[in-house]
Structures are given as C-alpha cells and as structure tokens.
Design a protein around this ligand. Structure first.
Ligand code: BGC
Length: 272
C-alpha cells in the first residue's frame, strides 16, 4: 500500500514533526518529478528551499508561492547545472537569500535510450554533463559555502538503481549513475571530517515525466512492474520522504551509503 499525494498539494508538517527546521536547502531540477516532491517535502519539514529550474520559471514560481502561502520558505533559482558560472551565481544567490546553505540535493538528471552503435556523442555528453558533471559542480559550490561558513551540511545525491544495475541501451546513463556513486563516496570520505555528510538515494521505477513513454504503454509498464518484487511502481513521495530523513539529524551516522528506494528491484534476478 502507498499513498499517492498529488505533487501540487502542499501543507507544512506540524511543528513537532518537522525534521529540518532552520535548514537552508537547494534542490536541483526541482520543478518536476522527484525533484518537485523533494522540494515540497523539505519545505514541509521546515527547511528554506531554493527551487532550481531550467528555462521557464512558471512551475517553480507557483511552487514557491504555494510554500510561502502555507507559512514555509522558498525562492526560485534559475540554473543549468552544467554551466559553471550559472552554478556559481545560483549558489551565491541562495546563500545570500537564506544567509547560508547547509543542504544540497543533486537531483537534476536526463535520460534517453540509444543502442551503443547508434549512440550520438552529443547525447553521451549531455547525459554525463547533466547527471555527473552537474553533481560535481553543484557539490563543489555547496561545499565551498559550507566550509566558508563552518556549517555541518549534507549533500544528498539522487542516483538510480542503475548506479549498480546495468541497463541495455542506457550505457551513458548507467555510466553517469555509477560515476555519481563513486564521486559521492569519495567526497563523503573527504568531507566527513568536517561534519559534512554525503549520501545517495537510488530510486527504482518511479512514475515521473522522465519515463512517461514507458508508463503510458501498458505492455512496457507491466514488464517493468514484473521486475519489482513489491509489485508496484514507486511514487515520487516514496523517494522524497527518504531524502528528508537522510538530510536530518536522525541520519547523522549515515555517511557515504546509498539507500535504494526501489520496491526490491535491485533484488531481481534479471533486468533488461
Ligand atoms: C530511470 C527510470 C527507470 C528506472 C528503473 C531510473 O533511473 O530514470 O526511467 O524506470 O531507473 O529502470
């Protein structure tokens, strides 16, 4: 069983249940799918949230408004995570607005299948740039701010079950996600002595705009579902709740781990 709260319904958690009061967060790719749910979840738990969007700000603006109307804190920040200067500016803007930054969620990601023989260099690079280089650029900027201000921050990387499960026709995507994991674990070691925790959340098959073509095709949808021991696709809220917990002090001793939120997909004997 799972609840499927509509992504556009927002309410603050009651004060005594809030896990992230006073925290200052930036979520990349926060205006759709898993990122949107994470932004709402962090804000509901009392964090001030910078909602990153690329291009049109309409959805991000509406989200910020909704959070503010309910008594939460949010701003919107335009940024292409692959562009160094834009990243620098977005983090400076956030740290100015919130007087610091102590939580980054690297969520922005892209995918599109190509057989190896048809793989266009442009798409190989796009996937590596957004998923992996974007994670590096944003983490570097966030950690510079955290160290400068002496804050014990947290970085949560949204990877994928494909940080470990190979996936035919998604070799670029798997390379980016496996790379994200090793990057996260390496900086986790480097930053733990400063009290900065780095963790990863690896979603399985979650219904989002990124995989609407599969979700909309009953046969392909069922084929994926058959690979999930729990017998259902995941919801964005399945992921967002885990991110809020991992970002909170309750998870203070969790460093460098990946938490799989996949209904058991990584336990499946076969995946293609
Ligand atoms: C992808 C989804 C896919 C899931 C399981 C995720 O990383 O974004 O499209 O359904 O992995 O294969």
């Amino acid at each position: 069983m799972s609840s499927t709260p509509a992504a556009d319904v927002f309410a603050m958690e009651p004060p005594e249940a809030r896990l992230l009061d006073g925290r200052k967060a930036l979520v990349t790719g926060a205006d759709s799918g898993i990122g949107q749910s994470i932004a709402y979840q962090l804000a509901a738990h009392g964090a001030a949230v910078a909602i990153n969007h690329l291009g049109d700000s309409k959805v991000a603006d509406a989200m910020a408004q909704k959070i503010q109307n309910a008594g939460g804190k949010a701003i919107t920040v335009p940024m292409d995570v692959t562009q160094e200067e834009q990243v620098r500016r977005a983090f400076a803007l956030t740290a100015d607005a919130f007087d610091g930054l102590d939580l980054l969620v690297n969520n922005a990601g892209v995918e599109r299948p190509f057989r190896l023989v048809d793989m266009e260099l442009e798409w190989w690079q796009k996937v590596i740039d957004v998923n992996l280089t974007g994670t590096f650029l944003c983490s570097r900027e966030a950690v510079r701010i955290m160290l400068e201000r002496g804050s014990r921050g947290t970085i949560v990387n949204i990877t994928s079950v494909h940080e470990t499960i190979p996936w035919a026709e998604y070799s670029h995507y798997c390379a980016s996600k496996g790379g994200q994991r090793m990057f996260a674990q390496s900086i986790a070691r480097e930053l733990a002595p400063y009290g900065i925790r780095v963790v990863s959340v690896a979603p399985g098959a979650i219904e989002t705009p990124i995989n609407q073509d599969v979700v909309a095709d009953p046969q392909r949808r069922k084929a994926v579902q058959d690979e999930i021991p729990l017998g259902r696709w995941g919801n964005v809220s399945d992921v967002a709740g885990v991110v809020a917990f991992l970002a909170s002090e309750r998870a203070d001793y969790i460093v460098g781990s990946t938490v799989f939120v996949d209904g058991g997909m990584t336990l499946s004997p076969r995946f293609d």
